[in-house]
Design a protein around this ligand. Structure first.
Ligand code: CA
Length: 231
């Protein structure tokens, strides 16, 4: 049974989420503060975290980045306020895997949670699990990037975006394709969220992130991954 941690201080919303997620067969824990969330992910093995941005004490962004810094890479969906497009970007920059704006349809939240769990399994199940480029390699099963002797853990979505781009090596990949194929989003999502995610990926995979050689921007289209850039 998959375990979901819900981090939400609004009691009625937290209760509703618990009720509906339990009805879907998930085991649900609810905490009301970011501090409690950080403690929970340290002690319990959750499969997915649903993290509200507006919390008493530490806000969701702070909790998100502290979780990642502490080495917890559990797939996390952030709940952001409608009309705050910059929150989506902040969430991705902090390490979120997905987001929903409030208010949301429960069925959509449940579909997104399923999506995150599926993606975790999909990454585990890939047959050719290591991809080498330059002096780096990605182990998709383990969700790890190796640069020389150093190992960087990747979030599920970082690994998924990288997997999609490397599967289309040398080809133009549009932002819309990334949104629909990797996130499963078909609505008009602000594609700047993708750009922000790419900036984050470049920090790991590029020797000089301001002059990328592997993960290139294709103006007006999206991106192109190059395994062996010309010297
Ligand atoms: Ca809240």
């Amino acid at each position: 049974m998959s375990r979901v941690l819900v981090v939400e201080d609004e009691q009625h919303l937290a209760d509703g989420l618990r009720f509906n997620l339990e009805a879907e067969g998930y085991q649900v824990d609810v905490v009301e503060s970011g501090e409690a969330a950080l403690e929970s992910v340290q002690t319990e093995p959750f499969d997915v975290v649903v993290l509200d941005v507006m919390l008493p004490g530490k806000d969701g962004f702070t909790v998100m980045s502290e979780m990642r810094q502490a080495g917890h890479f559990v797939p996390t969906l952030m709940l952001t306020a409608r009309g705050h497009a910059e929150d989506i970007l902040k969430g991705f920059a902090a390490g979120a895997d997905d987001y929903l704006t409030k208010p949301f349809e429960l069925s959509i939240l449940i579909a997104r949670i399923r999506g995150l769990l599926r993606r975790k399994d999909w990454l585990r199940g890939v047959s050719k699990d290591t991809y080498v480029f330059g002096n780096k390699s990605v182990d998709f099963n383990r969700g790890e990037l190796r640069v020389g002797e150093q190992v960087f853990p990747l979030t599920v979505m970082e690994a998924s975006v990288l997997r999609y781009l490397t599967q289309h090596e040398g080809q133009h990949v549009s932002r819309k394709a990334l949104l629909s194929e990797v996130w499963g989003l078909h609505e008009d999502t602000d594609t700047r969220a993708i750009d922000n995610f790419i900036v984050r990926l470049r920090r790991y995979i590029e020797d000089d992130p301001t002059h990328p050689r592997h993960l290139l921007t294709v103006r007006g289209v999206g991106y192109r991954f190059v395994q062996n850039p010309a010297k």
